[in-house]
Design a protein around this ligand. Structure first.
Ligand code: RIB
Length: 308
């Protein structure tokens, strides 16, 4: 089973000519409402590849209409929502601006996500075949607890270190590395995490090798158009290219990679295939607006078409 413990948001998205800097205002013709939250996005991406009934989502939403629709959306996508609990705070909401190159800037109002608790996860969930997927939009201590319980059951922990907290500490990164099997980061997150533990990486490749060694894990860097790089603790490297596309919206691309990758790790495919599937899925996502809209179904992934 793939268990995603993380955030659920509603995304309010405006297409802008340019992302405003501090003190600036830009006008957008309109806005769209999409389903989001790194946790929910990764759950949907995994379910579209793994199939209905293989993914469980755990987290919290408010007792509001956004919460109702966030849960309903997961169910429609074949994700089990029995562990999505109602909180007193409002459902998380993300305010997203997307520019003409498909790049984005996001502000997340966490709301109910900060009430997520590892204690909501029943002991029976933690088994050797459990693949736990984590991000950084629910309290770190709770995610860490879920990871430790997965470790104790000999399950697999995939931790997407996103978003990197503004002031990430050595202690946070050290604790995270100690419980993680696959660390997923983008180029900037790789450098930030390695720097936090006192290393001085010159670039993301060095950073990922440092992190893999420090945590005795596999570090995977998603590098947009440059594809993905996996570095093992031994220093062994694998690469997968990104399909060439013209992005419409990159929001959720990393989440799509994470979800698709988790589905592949759960199936125990070779790491090279897992990287390829992640890159293909993320590229397809970028062709549509909204975090989840463009996430592909299994049959649309060339590397998996034969196994649909
Ligand atoms: O990774 C993209 C996601 O980040 C958005 O869906 C938004 O909700 C924020 O959590």
């Amino acid at each position: 089973m793939i268990l995603v413990f993380g955030s659920l948001n509603i995304d309010l998205v405006a297409q802008v000519p340019v992302i405003p800097g501090p003190g600036r205002t830009v006008l957008a013709p309109s806005y769209q409402t999409h389903f989001g939250g790194k946790g929910a996005n990764q759950a949907v991406a995994a379910a579209r590849i793994a199939g209905a009934g293989r993914v469980r989502m755990a987290g919290r939403v408010g007792r509001d209409g956004f919460g109702d629709s966030a849960i309903e959306n997961l169910r429609t996508n074949g994700v089990d929502t029995a562990l999505v609990v109602r909180a007193d705070e409002p459902t998380g909401c993300a305010f997203i601006t997307v520019d003409q190159a498909g790049e984005n800037a996001i502000t997340v109002a966490s709301g109910a996500n900060m009430a997520a608790r590892a204690a909501d996860l029943p002991a029976a969930l933690f088994r050797p075949d459990t693949v736990l997927v984590l991000q950084m939009e629910v309290p770190f201590a709770e995610a860490l607890e879920a990871a430790r319980r997965t470790n104790s059951a000999s399950g697999t922990v995939i931790w997407n270190l996103a978003p990197v907290p503004e002031k990430i500490t050595r202690e946070t990164v050290t604790e995270l590395l100690a419980v993680t099997d696959y660390l997923l980061v983008n180029e900037h997150e790789a450098v930030d995490a390695a720097t936090a533990i006192g290393l001085a990486p010159s670039d993301y490749e060095t950073a990922s090798a440092d992190l893999a060694k420090a945590g005795d894990l596999t570090c995977i860097v998603t590098a947009g158009a440059q594809g993905a790089l996996a570095v093992a603790a031994t220093g062994t490297r694998l690469r997968a290219p990104a399909p060439r596309i013209t992005p419409v919206d990159t929001t959720g691309a990393g989440d799509t990679f994470a979800g698709a990758f988790a589905a592949m790790i759960h199936e125990k495919v070779p790491l090279q295939i897992a990287l390829q599937v992640g890159c293909e899925a993320a590229a397809q996502k970028c062709l549509k607006s909204g975090a989840q809209t463009g996430m592909p179904m299994r049959g649309a992934i060339a590397a998996l078409a034969q196994t649909a």
